[in-house]
Design a protein around this ligand. Structure first.
Ligand code: 3EB
Length: 333
């Protein structure tokens, strides 16, 4: 019925599951690209593997057979229920206009194919804490273009419809993204009472605030955005990767708790960190991976698969960012 994801080694073709089809895949390795995977589905490749870590693939599957389209800088896949759209933008002197154009194209595909809600987005920004040709931070340059595209797509007061997202660096150049949209169902976007809504961040960070929600609930599955060591809108535990990892996990634990969901008007059982799957941990410094892994294993246990990636986070002082999914019962990950 619904969309699911699992990890496989990148060296292995996606193992077909009973009655399910590959919608699209995302490969986390050493190169950058958008091409057809074996079998014909779109595969977006992002360079972000940890040193000595094996490339892996995130396989998104659905029940009805998808149609796949690949067109140079973008690709999409859909089956009447779910839509995947990916795009690739080469390195630019200034990102705002081309990011706006590429994301508007993606939203035009969402509209044209008549998928009513974007519910999760991943944004991969090369040189994310670097500066563009005009001296603006690349992340802020990206954020501005994305905000303009969301404004075009959603119009005036769009904040209530912004999806969960990840915004993260890569080991390459240029920008890549993918989004997931649904034809049916009503995604609920969730904020975290420990954190200022990103779309209300003050302008000290950049001219436009980031366009994303802290989590999105769809079909009893909770998609947790990239989360960092931020309380209110401020980075906490500067220079201490262990404390940042603990605070990040505390932010996620609170986000998915019954208490926070209830405060967001969602009557749900509430979850804890042991319910989290498809966990990706983005670590700024390769050397910090063992320390971050130790804290994650302390908190999450050893029973759950956690993928570690080596990339910069969107603020220079953030050393770690973590995302995951609390699946509906029956995902069987
Ligand atoms: C933060 O909380 C950390 O710009 O899409 C997390 C998730 C972050 C998504 C994005 C940025 C984004 O502000 C950074």
């Amino acid at each position: 019925m619904t969309i699911r994801a699992h990890f496989t080694p990148a060296t292995q073709p996606p193992v077909p599951e009973q009655d399910r089809h590959v919608l699209a895949t995302v490969t986390y390795g050493d190169t950058s690209g958008l091409a057809r995977g074996r079998g014909g589905h779109p595969d977006l490749t992002i360079p972000m593997a940890v040193t000595g870590g094996d490339a892996f693939r995130e396989v998104w599957t659905v029940t009805g057979r998808p149609r796949w389209t690949l067109r140079g800088d973008h690709a999409y896949a859909h089956n009447g229920r779910h839509l995947f759209v990916a795009g690739l933008l080469p390195e630019q002197a200034v990102y705002t206009p081309p990011v706006r154009a590429l994301y508007e194209k993606a939203f035009a595909i969402v509209d044209y194919l008549d998928y009513s809600h974007v519910f999760r987005m991943w944004n991969f920004v090369g040189d994310i804490v670097g500066t563009n040709a005009e001296g603006m931070e690349v992340y802020q340059d990206f954020v501005q273009g994305r905000a303009q595209a969301f404004h075009t797509y959603m119009g005036g007061d769009s904040t209530a419809q912004l999806p969960a997202a990840t915004g993260i660096g890569t080991q390459g150049r240029g920008i890549a993204f993918f989004l997931l949209a649904t034809k049916r169902g009503a995604p609920r976007h969730i904020e975290n009472s420990r954190q200022t809504s990103a779309y209300h961040y003050p302008d000290q960070y950049g001219p436009k605030p980031p366009s994303f929600a802290r989590a999105t609930l769809l079909d009893d599955t909770l998609y947790v955005s990239g989360t960092a060591s931020i309380l209110g809108h401020e980075t906490v535990h500067r220079g201490d990767v262990r404390r940042q990892t603990r605070e990040t996990l505390a932010n996620i634990a609170h986000l998915i708790s019954r208490e926070n969901l209830a405060a967001q008007g969602i009557e749900a059982a509430g979850h804890d960190l042991k319910d989290l799957r498809m966990i990706k941990v983005y670590v700024r410094h390769d050397d910090d991976v063992p320390a971050v892994r130790a804290v994650c294993e302390e908190t999450l246990g050893l029973g759950v698969e956690v993928k570690y990636l080596n990339v910069a986070v969107c603020r220079d002082d953030l050393l770690v960012e973590i995302e995951g999914i609390v699946p509906a019962r029956g995902w069987d990950l």
